[in-house]
Design a protein around this ligand. Structure first.
Ligand code: FAQ
Length: 315
């Protein structure tokens, strides 16, 4: 890759041109996208598990319908994203094997357990809320197939967030026991949601290059701050307490527009979870391994069918 080639490519990025699958691109650009889109796809698929846990136990038929639709959407998001990554020359099989071997990451957030129904509220409100904050700018990502996939994904995430917040409203404005459940879920999901945005910018190894290539449009810390500023008034409306004693309005923040100061993030916990030591890491990968093994005959049958159809057409 000559310096001229890299400079020409950067000019295309700077002109806000979309990069398409067959366009020449630096190997690092391709590699970064395969890594990020692959990780994102795995997160959607593994992300079906914590909520899938509650589909059979949703408290009403209406709640069950909404949760079922949400979890199905997540499966759909995973499929779009695997397809977007496949346009870069990597196969779904390869990506899945990397997930199962631990080589590819998925979001830390899905390694926390979901012991109560209020967790369905907190996940929709906070986890999908954080996902939207991160994914809206990805609709303007320089890689065309990823950017276009994100448009539909974000519309669906918005329904997911409302679905969760509405559960939180019912619980938080319900009986004292229900309110307590909602508070307990907020206590457990707040910090992991804040961690979803990734390490501080100073420790984010990929950010500078990804920002220059306009894969990322905002840094991890910028998005985290936006999320916190948007979410605190929602917690106040619920009448719940965000579990951060250092949370404080700071009128000087965000170039004088104001924003919240917040407490120190437990990065030891974050890296422990990312490296496989969270409460649910083993369960999650075991479940994905079982699904992959159980689905082998379906993949084989689909391939055999496709081969037969091709042979029929050729004869
Ligand atoms: N968990 O240099 P950076 C959803 C890794 S939303 C695990 O800052 P980057 C919807 C990172 O990979 C969740 N690992 O990395 C849903 C890197 O390691 P590597 C998924 C993390 O890529 C809701 C290292 O740390 N969303 O699924 C995490 O520039 C509800 C250094 O970090 C996306 O994937 C983490 N939280 O920025 C589904 C969005 N954070 O790869 C079901 C697309 C960082 O060099 C229910 N991804 N790491 O070995 C992104 O925007 C970026 O990849 C970031 C990380 C912002 C996540």
């Amino acid at each position: 890759e000559t310096p001229e080639f890299l400079a020409e490519f950067q000019k295309r990025i700077d002109r806000e041109e979309k990069i398409e699958p067959n366009d020449p691109m630096p190997s690092g650009y391709r590699k970064t996208l395969v890594r990020q889109i692959g990780q994102h796809a795995h997160s959607e698929i593994v992300g079906m598990l914590p909520e899938g846990n509650w589909i059979t136990r949703a408290p009403t038929l209406r709640r069950k319908i909404a949760l079922l639709a949400k979890v199905q959407d997540e499966g759909g998001h995973g499929l779009y994203l695997y397809s977007a990554a496949e346009t870069l020359g990597v196969s779904r099989k390869q990506m899945t094997e990397e997930l199962l071997s631990g080589k590819a990451k998925y979001s830390s957030i899905f390694n926390y357990p979901t012991p109560t129904w209020a967790d369905m509220g907190a996940i929709g409100w906070l986890v999908d809320g954080a996902a939207i904050m991160n994914q809206i700018p990805l609709c303007r990502c320089s890689y065309g197939p990823y950017a276009r996939a994100m448009v539909r994904v974000c519309k669906e995430e918005s329904f997911h967030q409302r679905q969760g917040y509405e559960i939180m409203i019912s619980l938080a404005h319900g009986s004292p026991e229900q309110k307590e459940m909602a508070q307990d879920a907020l206590n457990r999901w707040w910090w992991p949601s804040i961690m979803m945005f990734g390490p501080h910018d100073s420790d984010s190894t990929n950010s500078d290059q990804s920002m220059a290539w306009k894969i990322k449009r905002f840094s991890n810390d910028e998005l985290r701050q936006k999320f916190i500023d948007a979410t605190i008034p929602q917690a106040e409306y619920l009448g719940l307490t965000v579990p951060d004693p250092d949370l404080k309005w700071n009128p000087e923040k965000n170039d004088g527009k104001g924003g919240y100061d917040f407490g120190a993030i437990d990065w030891d916990e974050f890296w422990t979870v990312v490296k496989g030591g969270g409460k649910m890491n083993v369960d999650r990968i075991t479940a994905r391994q079982k699904a992959w093994d159980d689905g082998e005959w379906v993949r084989d049958a689909a391939l055999a069918h496709a081969k037969k159809q091709t042979a029929k057409k050729a004869s």
